[in-house]
Design a protein around this ligand. Structure first.
Ligand code: SF4
Ligand code: SF4
Length: 454
């Protein structure tokens, strides 16, 4: 590695004056690029299809933040499912930490939507209009076509940005709402169309101009690498033991040809060691392997490995931290699975009406007033009955009919419970209220009933 560490003074995509420097990377070529292409298209198709397909009548994926309704793998969740949603967030965070500790920034190069769309769509459009850096065919074209190529490229960028915006909106509104917006006249949905145009322009700006700056300057996950990675984390790494001293056929295997830099989408030199700009895209692995093949040296001078692996030759990814994170993740996934499986399809909360205590109805009866809130978390109409589980002598009176619940709606009613004084068990009595659907008990709520002892 270089003794001169000036490359750490500033990000590679800034010049000496602090202005951004455009990085024009050569198109990668090789087995890792092919694998990445297949995986990327699988991810892109998932992003497009997930909100479109339905399971049990629910979208496979939906994050309807406005209506506080979420669908994960066809299971509907509402704002009231805060515990489950918080648990899901916790599992995701632990998974990201665990995954990063073991595999470094692999997610960035292989599954992050920023990289997927940039590398697989926008850059390929650019290769089409400007050439891919592997041949000079486009550069040799007549100058008069330059303007046309520029217009064609940016028009394609804008069109793709608009399509990506539609996919993005679909994840938050659902496909049906998006189709409704798209098929209605603009005058009926001016705000929606303005929002759509704003997001499309934002994506165009990001993918046409900002590009790798999102990964190096804006992305918080990239910044986390410094604290999450250790010497045993797997990442794209240059085998300095084999490569150095570089520069000639009789020294180390690296001939300092610079091809690994030419192909890097963030423009860094991986030979300088681990850098926060590296998104683990593997382009430099492929490119160096082409060079190694040409000079008849073994491949994988740059490869997936760890510093520990290069130093000791031990390539195992197992260590105490990996085991600890895996155990925590397994426990969380188990709790999550258990909680989801026990989750009721109807959510009922019964709370005392604020400011009320008990009322004497007559000389032998006491009443308490409650607010009942019920949410039907399914996409089917439900018919329910609410009954006292014990103290059968009591009476429940609702101010509105809540026995029929439409799909995915919440409703509420005022509930008055009347109990004979002689059955009360002191100042407060615990009451169990059962919610039945077609005579099947689906949930039980325990509430306090306040009343004077007989
Ligand atoms: S491509 Fe390989 S040989 Fe060429 S500079 Fe990079 S590491 Fe060295
Ligand atoms: S250093 Fe290699 S793996 Fe890292 S971003 Fe550049 S080309 Fe991709």
């Amino acid at each position: 590695m270089e003794d001169n560490e000036t490359f750490r003074d500033k990000p590679n995509n800034l010049d000496e004056t602090g202005k951004s420097r455009k990085i024009i990377a050569k198109q990668p070529k090789g087995k890792w690029y092919l694998r990445r292409t297949y995986f990327a298209w699988f991810c892109i198709l998932f992003l497009i299809i997930a909100p479109l397909i339905h399971i049990n009548g629910n979208p496979f994926m939906l994050f309807d933040v406005v209506n506080r309704k979420f669908s994960l793998f066809g299971n509907l969740f509402f704002a009231q499912d805060t515990f489950i949603l918080a648990l899901i967030m916790l599992v995701i965070v632990v998974f990201i930490v665990l995954f990063t500790v073991i595999y470094g920034r692999l997610f960035c190069g292989w599954a992050c939507p920023q990289t997927l769309f940039l590398e697989m769509i926008y850059r390929r459009i650019e290769y089409l209009f400007d050439g891919n850096g592997r041949n000079n065919s486009k550069k040799n074209q007549e100058k008069k076509y330059k303007a046309l190529r520029l217009i064609g490229k940016h028009a394609s960028f804008i069109l793709v940005s608009f399509l990506i915006t539609n996919v993005f909106i679909m994840w938050f509104t659902g496909a049906d709402k998006l189709i409704k917006i798209m098929t209605s006249p603009i005058s009926e949905n001016q705000l929606g169309f303005m929002f759509m145009a704003g997001i499309s322009l934002f994506y165009y700006f990001v993918y046409a101009f900002l590009r790798e700056q999102i990964c190096t300057f804006f992305c918080p996950y990239g910044r986390l690498q410094g604290v999450l990675l250790d010497s045993k984390s797997i990442s794209v790494i240059y085998d300095y033991k084999r490569g150095e001293p570089r520069g000639g056929r009789n020294e180390g295997d690296c001939i300092d040809c610079g091809q690994c830099i030419a192909v890097c989408p963030t423009g860094i030199d991986i030979k300088n060691g681990s850098q926060f700009e590296c998104i683990n895209c593997t382009a430099c692995i492929d490119e160096c392997n082409i060079v190694m093949q040409k000079i008849k040296k073994p491949g994988n001078l740059i490869r997936f490995d760890s510093y520990h692996g290069i130093e000791t030759g031990n390539h195992s990814i197992a260590n105490a931290r990996t085991y600890a994170y895996s155990a925590v993740l397994l426990i969380l996934v188990f709790i999550l699975g258990f909680t989801v499986s026990k989750r009721s399809s109807i959510d009922v909360s019964i709370n005392r009406m604020p400011g009320t205590m008990c009322q004497e109805v007559d000389s032998v009866t006491v009443s308490n007033i409650y607010i009942v809130k019920i949410i039907n978390k399914t996409n089917k109409q439900k018919h329910i009955a609410i009954k006292l589980m014990d103290l059968q002598q009591g009476k429940l009176e609702f101010t509105s009919d809540i026995s029929t619940l439409d799909a995915e709606v919440s409703t509420q009613s005022v509930l008055m419970i009347k109990l004979p004084k002689q059955i009360l068990k002191g100042h407060t009595t615990d009451l169990k209220i059962g919610v039945f659907e077609e005579n099947e008990l689906i949930t039980v709520n325990t509430i306090n009933f306040i009343g004077a002892q007989n």
